[in-house]
Design a protein. Structure first.
Length: 261
């Protein structure tokens, strides 16, 4: 059996193919899943199959996915990274608004610590930069919480190179989570910058939110999640895709992309 491809993420050598939990909620990423028991079983199966990186956020639900992770996986294995995010407010299904007030970000971290039942979060992202609050204030508050021992490593989501450079002048950045896929290359410059600075890149919507399977660009050959994920893993050694699903068959197919299952 071929060993999975691994890389350094938040100070740990882990399997590069992880699992995203956005879809373990209700429609519009709002409310609980149709079956919490099935979501719990799916997470346990993912770890059983070798996943070592679980990605989530307080906004998934909101405050649903983190609780499911705790129910499924606590106490967490030493080799497991649980990454979460804060900085969004939710107004209803499909509705998201950034909020980067330092006091709110501190509240987000404290609540994630409680929901996940940990003393320190392995990897914590600023989920979205609030354009109405200086970036230095947003990152600075998270850095203070890192110094307090409540966060082990920090990340940023949906950022450009100037924002990354500004943040790195304040604190080390362990990971960047931007949109990137076989159909969407808009973060190529950020990936190359991350390679140069030894920062992990975590592409969200790694399967183009399902568009990969319908686009004319791939209709000439059978399209599969396996193909799209292999392309990402081959693209860069710092790439850590986090495909999400609520179905066991899709989970197993996704994990075959690095030839483990």
């Amino acid at each position: 059996m071929t060993k999975p491809r691994t890389g350094l993420l938040a100070g740990k050598q882990v399997r590069r193919l992880g699992f995203g939990t956005m879809r373990l909620t209700g429609p519009g990423i709002w409310g609980p899943p149709a079956s919490e028991a099935e979501a719990v079983h799916l997470l346990r199966k993912a770890v059983e199959l070798g996943v070592q990186h679980i990605d989530t956020a307080d906004a998934y639900g909101p405050n649903v996915a983190e609780g499911i992770i705790r129910k499924a996986l606590y106490p967490y294995a030493d080799e497991l990274i649980i990454a979460t995010k804060g900085g969004f407010t939710r107004q209803g299904p499909g509705k998201w608004a950034p909020c980067g007030f330092p006091a709110y970000l501190r509240q987000c971290v404290e609540m994630s610590l409680r929901h996940l039942n940990v003393e320190a979060i392995d990897l914590y992202y600023l989920h979205r930069v609030d354009p109405n609050i200086p970036l230095a204030d947003q990152v600075g508050e998270l850095e203070r919480m890192r110094q307090e021992g409540k966060i082990k490593s920090l990340g940023l989501s949906k950022v450009d190179i100037p924002q990354l450079a500004q943040a790195m002048a304040i604190t080390p950045i362990a990971a960047v989570q931007n949109q990137f896929s076989i159909l969407d290359h808009q973060s190529e410059d950020v990936i190359r910058w991350c390679e140069h600075n030894k920062i992990a890149f975590v592409p969200y919507t790694p399967l183009s939110a399902g568009k990969y399977f319908a686009t004319s660009q791939v209709q000439q050959a059978p399209a599969s999640a396996n193909d799209a994920l292999k392309w990402l893993l081959d693209y860069s050694p710092i790439m850590f895709p986090i495909p999400g699903t609520s179905r066991f068959e899709h989970l197993e197919e996704n994990l075959r992309s690095d030839n483990v299952c």
